[in-house]
Design a protein around this ligand. Structure first.
Ligand SMILES: O=C(O)CCC(=O)C(=O)O
Length: 220
């Protein structure tokens, strides 16, 4: 069977893995879909992990945060692929060509799973627990309103924290992301919630992690 027909068969008979679950969030029309085990064609073997790891840019991501637009160096590497550019944290991330066959497989799977013409992948590289992404909502100005954001995890286990963006906060959940897992954020999640991958002690969180996200850009 070709890998395409395997993919077709998987999507027809089992669109969501047996251990996957849907989480309706309490604020707005917001939800998460959690996939602790991605289908085999979306898993990275060690050689693929090394190849995708080697793509990370030389310099850490930079940008601005907060109402005062404070300049910061983020503790992770970030690169955009397959879409012209993605603007967030006061920075333009120019899109690189999406040439890698594994990245192309991911994109094709997401297009099929969503039935939508996703084009862009944003990759985050975390060298160990000292690399992280702080609480934020994804900027949706360039995205199709309410479109789902796919986020796939490879390598080191980390925690994904989702919390309501309100004072006091009445909802907070920690989801464990293991190697070969995925989370889809949908509906109004970016309106009512912030998410983060908090830093962890290097002594307990030594491994490298690759996070691959897909967003549906307007006009795709
Ligand atoms: O690394 C992750 O799991 C989260 C990435 C993320 O939040 C983002 O790219 O906006």
């Amino acid at each position: 069977m070709s890998s395409q027909s395997t993919l077709d068969a998987f999507l027809k008979t089992k669109p969501i893995g047996a251990s996957s679950y849907h989480l309706t969030l309490p604020h707005g029309d917001s939800w998460l879909e959690v996939h602790p085990r991605l289908p085999p064609e979306l898993l990275m073997d060690p050689a693929t992990f090394e190849r995708i790891w080697a793509l990370h840019p030389k310099d850490l991501a930079t940008g601005t945060v907060g109402p005062e637009q404070k300049a910061v160096t983020f503790q992770r590497w970030t690169e955009m692929y397959g879409h012209e550019h993605y603007d967030f944290s006061g920075q333009r991330h120019e899109g690189q060509p999406l040439d890698d066959p594994f990245l192309q497989t991911i994109l094709a799977w997401i297009q099929k799973h969503s039935g939508q013409p996703y084009q862009g992948l944003l990759i985050n590289w975390y060298k160990d627990g000292s690399h992280y992404i702080g609480k934020h909502r994804d900027k949706e100005t360039q995205l199709v309103k309410g479109s789902a954001i796919y986020s796939l995890s490879y390598g080191q286990d980390r925690d994904f924290v989702i919390e309501a963006d309100e004072q006091p906060c009445t909802y907070r959940k920690v989801i464990h992301m293991n190697d070969g897992s995925g989370i889809i954020m949908g509906g109004q999640t970016q309106t009512f919630y912030k998410h983060s991958v908090p830093p962890r002690a290097k002594s307990k969180c030594m491994g490298r992690r690759i996070n691959i996200t897909a967003r549906l850009f307007k006009g795709a």
